[in-house]
Ligand binder design. Structure first.
Ligand code: NAD
Ligand SMILES: O=C(O)C(=O)C[C@@H](O)[C@H](O)[C@H](O)COP(=O)(O)O
Ligand code: ZN
Length: 382
């Protein structure tokens, strides 16, 4: 792997660096040097990486508490959270000790919430090992777990002291685990950085290769988008009328999270968000905000990298109930982050796409958009 290393600083009140590149895991010991004890939360799939890290921390004179956690979404439960708290308690963890989350987004979401809640907050370092973890979950300070009622319903905003994206970790990631990360990458393309979309369209095979310079470039661009959005609105508090702050990063997630809930979290998050983006683009098109071209580009790009773009045509009622619990809802009003390329003045070629909020669309429109993506042609009647 010849990708260069680079650092992106997330400019929030307490700025921190995201290091990206092959071999950057070497930076982790320095980030926790001040702690006597270091807990590493990790799934079994990251054992090799964790063993090397553990050796370096022990060599640095630290006491390491390894906390193995269940794989994927099974880690994001109240039971696993309680087990982690018990492990820290038994190890005598104090406020000067550190938690490191090594794994995919599920692990770093859990590790972040453990760090946020133990003694009301201890130092956190995230070491994402999936594409999705690197480009999204480990950066930005959203931490949490799922409940039976819905996705990420319990959590905290809690920022890491550092994020370390060692691109060599992606070598062992099966392609079916890489693709969900590409959904969040493509999300960043639609909401903020069209060069991402061109790269995916022009270098479709290369962006699915963990060793490629193209994928490293997508990681850099996506983290840049995320860092810029969270620096402006860390706590997702800018949501007045149709203005969109951090909720921009939730593009495609209203339906996506409802699919995950209906699948009892057995669908990968990125796959559900992929369908969710196709849906919300169709919804925006039907509401008169988005052109046919931009709407259909969603399914084209997402399917070109093997992501799903449709779901069970009979699931609408269940999904509507799931969407009601979305964090963007206010009372019984659903709110969708949408893209709009119809409001700006000028001819079609010069129009630009902007994000806005679609507030309380009629249920009939929600249902018709759902039927359209799962059956009728997407460019059919509104
Ligand atoms: N906090 C946020 O801002 C944020 C953003 C996006 C997504 N998320 C959350 O992230 C989660 C999804 O993350 P994900 O897609 O990384 O899934 P994941 O954490 O479930 O990991 C996917 C699979 O990859 C395995 N794995 C991890 N690293 C590996 C490696 N290097 N080699 C081989 N296998 C490896 C894991 O064991 C798991 O089986 C969801 O819970 C989602 O809600 C959070
Ligand atoms: O960082 C954010 O903000 C996001 O919305 C990024 C999403 O990709 C991510 O899945 C996030 O966890 C969803 O947040 P939620 O508040 O809808 O649970
Ligand atoms: Zn997401």
């Amino acid at each position: 792997m010849n990708a260069p290393s680079f650092t992106i600083t997330v400019q929030t009140d307490q700025p921190y660096d995201v290091r990206i590149g092959p071999g950057v895991i070497e930076a982790v010991p320095e980030l926790v040097r001040s702690s006597q004890r270091v807990a590493i939360l990790h799934p079994q799939s990251c054992m090799d990486l964790v063993s090397g890290l553990e050796r370096r921390l022990v060599d640095q004179g630290q006491e390491v508490v390894r906390i193995p956690v269940p794989d994927a979404e099974e880690a994001k439960t109240a039971q696993v959270l309680a087990y982690c708290w018990a492990s820290l308690g038994k190890a005598g963890f104090t406020r000067s000790d550190s938690v490191i989350g090594v794994g995919g987004g599920a692990t770093t979401d859990l590790a972040g919430f453990v760090a946020a809640t133990w003694l009301r907050g201890v130092r956190l370092v995230t070491v994402p090992t999936t594409l999705l973890g690197m480009v999204d979950a480990a950066v930005g300070g959203k931490t949490g777990i799922n409940t039976a009622e819905g996705k990420n319903l319990v959590g905290a905003f809690y920022e890491p002291a550092g994020v370390v994206c060692d691109l060599t970790a992606l070598r062992t990631l099966p392609v079916e685990e890489l693709r969900p990360g590409l959904a969040e990458v493509i999300k960043c393309g639609f909401i903020a950085d069209p060069a991402i979309l061109d790269l995916v369209a022009d270098r479709t095979a290369q962006v699915q290769d963990p060793e490629s310079a193209e994928l490293a470039e997508l990681v850099r661009r996506s983290i840049t988008v995320k860092a810029e959005v969270v620096a402006k609105d860390l706590r997702e508090s800018t949501s007045v009328g149709t203005a969109v702050g951090r909720e921009l990063l939730n593009y495609g997630h209203t339906l996506g999270h409802a699919i995950e809930r209906r699948e009892h979290y057995r669908w990968r998050h990125g796959n559900a968000v992929s369908v969710g983006m196709v849906y919300v683009a169709e919804l925006s098109r039907r509401a008169g905000h988005l052109s046919d071209e931009v709407a259909s580009r969603h399914a084209e790009l997402l399917s070109s990298v093997g992501l799903p773009t449709t779901y069970d045509p009979d699931a609408f009622d269940d999904l509507l109930a799931g969407m009601a619990l979305d964090k963007k809802s206010r009372g019984s009003t659903l709110r969708f982050v949408i893209l709009d390329d119809r409001s700006s003045p000028g001819d079609a070629a010069r129009r630009h796409t902007q994000a806005t909020m679609l507030v309380g669309p009629p249920t009939s429109m929600l249902e018709e958009a759902y039927a359209a993506i799962n059956g009728e042609s997407q460019i059919s009647a509104r």
